[in-house]
Design a protein around this ligand. Structure first.
Ligand SMILES: NC(=O)c1ccc[n+]([C@@H]2O[C@H](COP(=O)([O-])OP(=O)(O)OC[C@H]3O[C@@H](n4cnc5c(N)ncnc54)[C@H](OP(=O)(O)O)[C@@H]3O)[C@@H](O)[C@H]2O)c1
Length: 330
C-alpha cells in the first residue's frame, strides 16, 4: 500500500444542496466556534485530551463553562492543562480520569465509576499507522482496538449517563483516511490478509463514522445524537510512527528532515473547531448521523479522493453489522 499523499482541501460543498452549513470556515478556531455559548452545568468527557487536538477541545469546552473529564492513559499529563483553564474566568472544572482504550477492563473501570449525567462525549483519542501488526490483549488489531472498539465500549458503558443528560451529544473523531478503506468484516483483525498500516488506520476511521451512524439510529429515542468529523491535517504526536521517508513523501518533511507546515495545515486550535462545533454549538442542535469537515457537513465522495465522506462509512447496514460484531466480542 503506497503512502497516502495529503491533497490540499478542495471546496466541493457549494454544489451540494441539503448539506448542513455553518458560518465557520476551515480557519475558525475552537474558541471562535463557541463564542457566546455557555456550557455552565454541562459535563463533558474527552478522550486523549492531554495532547494535540484533544487538549484544545478540552480547553474550549471548559472555557465555555463545561466541567470536563480528560480521559487519558497517564492522568498526570493533564496537570499542566488545569491551571491554564482555571485562570479563565467562568471556566468549568477540569479533571483527569485514567483510560486505556486498548484495554476493555480499563474502559469498564471508567464507565462503572462514572456518576451522574454526561452531556458530551468526544471520542478523540487515536493512534495512526503503526509500522507492524500489533494486537490488544483481546487480539484486536491495535488501531481498530484503540480508535474504534475502545470508544464503542466507552459509549455503550456511558449510555445511561448520556440518556440522563436529556440531549447528549457524541462526537466521533474520524479522518479523511477512512475514504479509501471500508471496514472489512470478513477479516477485520488481519488474520488472513497481510497487515498494512494505512489500511488498518483507514478502516478504524471508517468504523468511527459507522459508530456515529449506529448511535444515531439506536439512541435517538433517548435524545442522544452522534456525528463524526475529520479535523483537518495538524502536526501532532499522531505522526510519531511515520519515518522520515514517509513524512517526505507526504510533503510533511523537507530533504534535510525538518518538518514542513503546508499552507493548508491547521493549528491544533483550528483542528479542534469541528469537534467542539459538533459537541456544543446550538447550530448543530438535533443533528445526528452525519460527517463534517472544516465546520461544514461534507458531501459524499464517490472515488475516495479529495474531501468528503465515503458512502461506505455512512452505510446503515454496515453500521449494524459492525455494531453487532463489536458488541458480541466485548
Ligand atoms: N493530526 C491530524 O492531522 C489528524 C488528522 C485526521 C484525524 N486525526 C484524529 O484526531 C485525533 C486526535 O489526534 P491528534 O492529532 O491530536 O494526535 P495526538 O496528539 O497523538 O492525540 C492522540 C491522543 O490519543 C491518546 N491515546 C492513544 N492511545 C490511547 C489509548 N490506548 N488509550 C487512551 N488514549 C490513547 C494519546 O495519549 P498518549 O499520550 O497516552 O499516547 C493522545 O493524547 C485522533 O483520533 C486522530 O486519528 C488527526
Amino acid at each position: 500500500m503506497p503512502t497516502p499523499s495529503v491533497p490540499a482541501p478542495a471546496d466541493n460543498r457549494a454544489a451540494v444542496p441539503g448539506l448542513i452549513t455553518t458560518p465557520f470556515d476551515a480557519s475558525a478556531t475552537a474558541r471562535e466556534v463557541l463564542v457566546g455559548v455557555d456550557l455552565t452545568g454541562k459535563r463533558a468527557l474527552v478522550t486523549g485530551g492531554a495532547s494535540g487536538i484533544g487538549t484544545e477541545t478540552v480547553r474550549a469546552l471548559a472555557e465555555a463553562g463545561a466541567e470536563v473529564t480528560v480521559a487519558v492513559r497517564r492522568p498526570e499529563t493533564v496537570a499542566g492543562l488545569v491551571p491554564r483553564v482555571d485562570a479563565v474566568r467562568g471556566a468549568g472544572r477540569v479533571r483527569a480520569a485514567r483510560l486505556d482504550l486498548a484495554d476493555i477492563d480499563s474502559v469498564r473501570a471508567l464507565t462503572d465509576s462514572w456518576e451522574g449525567p454526561l452531556d458530551i462525549l468526544v471520542a478523540n483519542a487515536g493512534i495512526m499507522a503503526l509500522p507492524d501488526l500489533e494486537r490488544s490483549g483481546t487480539g484486536w488489531e491495535l488501531q481498530l482496538a484503540t480508535n474504534y472498539l475502545g470508544h464503542f465500549a466507552l459509549a455503550l458503558g456511558l449510555r445511561d449517563a448520556l440518556r440522563r443528560a436529556g440531549s447528549a451529544r457524541v462526537v466521533a473523531v474520524s479522518s479523511g483516511a477512512h475514504r479509501r478503506h471500508p471496514v472489512d468484516l470478513e477479516d477485520p483483525q488481519f488474520e488472513r490478509t497481510p497487515y498494512d498500516r494505512w489500511v488498518a488506520y483507514g478502516r478504524s476511521k471508517s468504523a468511527m463514522v459507522l459508530l456515529a451512524v449506529g448511535i444515531a439510529e439506536r439512541w435517538a429515542p433517548d435524545g442522544i445524537t452522534a456525528n463524526a468529523l475529520m479535523p483537518g491535517w495538524i502536526t501532532t504526536r499522531l505522526q510519531r510512527h511515520l519515518d522520515l521517508e514517509t513524512l517526505r513523501a507526504m510533503g510533511a518533511a523537507d530533504e534535510a528532515g525538518n518538518r514542513v507546515e503546508q499552507p493548508f495545515y491547521k493549528s491544533t486550535e483550528q483542528g479542534a473547531a469541528t469537534s467542539v462545533l459538533l459537541a456544543a454549538s446550538p447550530l448543530l442542535e438535533g443533528v445526528t448521523g452525519r460527517y463534517f469537515e472544516d465546520n461544514q457537513e461534507a458531501p459524499v465522495t464517490c472515488d475516495g479522493t479529495g474531501d468528503g465522506v465515503a458512502a461506505h462509512a455512512l452505510d446503515r447496514g454496515t453500521a449494524d453489522r459492525l455494531w453487532e460484531y463489536a458488541r458480541s466480542r466485548l
